[in-house]
Write a protein that binds this ligand. Structure first.
Ligand code: GDP
Length: 296
């Protein structure tokens, strides 16, 4: 057990308490301090922590000590179960179109790992659904973004439809037509993501959404950005109604508090976890695993 894990912290806190049959409010307060610190260290948004603690406290007070568990272990269990509950059921993955082309629009800030995630998602869909996947390069503000998608497309053997730096709306219209003519049945669209969210970019994304009428709008969020991740997700979600998030860079040393914050602040379900630069390190998001990771 790591020294700073929540379990070991709670063991320490509980040493000061006498063995009783139920958890009293005072015991709980003592333990909640540790839970609070632990979540903040895992980079969970502070407002989310506050709400979370209030929920946990309500559940824990008056709780009978379960046989075989000491009070510290019991609180860890309550925290773990609540983390899992808040982050949602096991992810369902992509909602595919029942016929015709499944269209997936990806959104996210530059640097969030969007292009890499598109490559991985394409590979994942090809492998799990045997679909014929195509990418559309509609991030028209940076020539490098198009080049990068083309490079990833080559790497994974997926065709990239691109028209250079023309209007994103036209590219998406033409790209979808091309996909239909060429018998593709899954299209993933890369869109612009500036360093900061701005109105022009947002209105372009809203137009692209109207044109593509996507089955999914997936937001890539860098797990390493911790607290900020939730606010970024919220801004995108307010304008575009994302259907899911892809949490990227989980191979970093982050404890993953972003996952909890995103779900709580924006309400976007986290669908996928991406962890590394290899194209096969991409999987459905598992709240259970993330809960354990956040607890350290
Ligand atoms: P975009 O600007 O949002 O399209 O982001 P990119 O896909 O270009 O990624 C930005 C940087 O993060 C690049 O250097 C990627 O190699 C790196 N990156 C992307 N995904 C991951 C990941 O899951 N783990 C790690 N360690 N690096 C990643």
């Amino acid at each position: 057990m790591a020294e700073n894990s929540l379990s070991s912290r709670l063991q320490m806190a509980m040493r000061r308490l006498t063995g009783r049959g139920i958890l009293t409010e005072k015991d709980i307060d003592e333990m909640m301090r540790e839970v609070r610190l632990s979540l903040l260290e895992a980079d969970v948004n502070f407002k989310v922590v506050k709400q979370f603690i209030a929920n946990i406290k309500e559940q824990a007070v008056g709780e009978k000590i379960l046989k075989g568990l000491n009070p510290g272990q019991q609180v860890v269990k309550i925290v773990h179960d609540e983390l899992k509950r808040v982050m949602g059921e096991d992810a369902e993955g992509i909602n595919y179109a029942s016929s015709g082309i499944t269209t997936i629009m990806t959104i996210g800030l530059q640097g969030s790992g969007k292009t890499t995630a598109i490559g991985k998602l394409g590979v994942y869909i090809r492998k799990t659904e045997k679909k014929n996947v195509m990418f559309i390069a509609a991030d028209v503000y940076r020539p490098a973004a198009i080049e990068q998608l083309v490079t990833i497309g080559k790497q994974v053997g997926i065709e990239v439809y691109e028209e250079g730096l023309k209007d994103a709306r036209d590219i998406v219209t033409n790209g979808l037509k091309y996909a239909k003519e060429n018998k593709y049945n899954c299209v993933i669209i890369d869109t612009a993501g500036r360093l900061h969210i701005d109105e022009k970019m947002m209105s372009e994304l809203v137009d692209v959404k109207a044109i593509a009428n996507p089955n999914e709008i997936l937001l890539t969020v860098d797990a390493m950005t911790g607290q900020d991740a939730a606010n970024i997700a919220k801004s995108f979600h307010e304008q575009l109604n994302a259907t899911g998030a892809i949490l990227t860079k989980l191979d970093g040393d982050t404890r993953g508090g972003a996952a909890l914050s995103i779900k709580e602040v924006s309400g976007i379900p986290i669908k996928f976890a991406s962890s590394g630069e290899h194209m096969d390190t991409f999987e459905l998001f598992h709240p259970e695993r993330m809960a354990s990771r956040i607890l350290g």
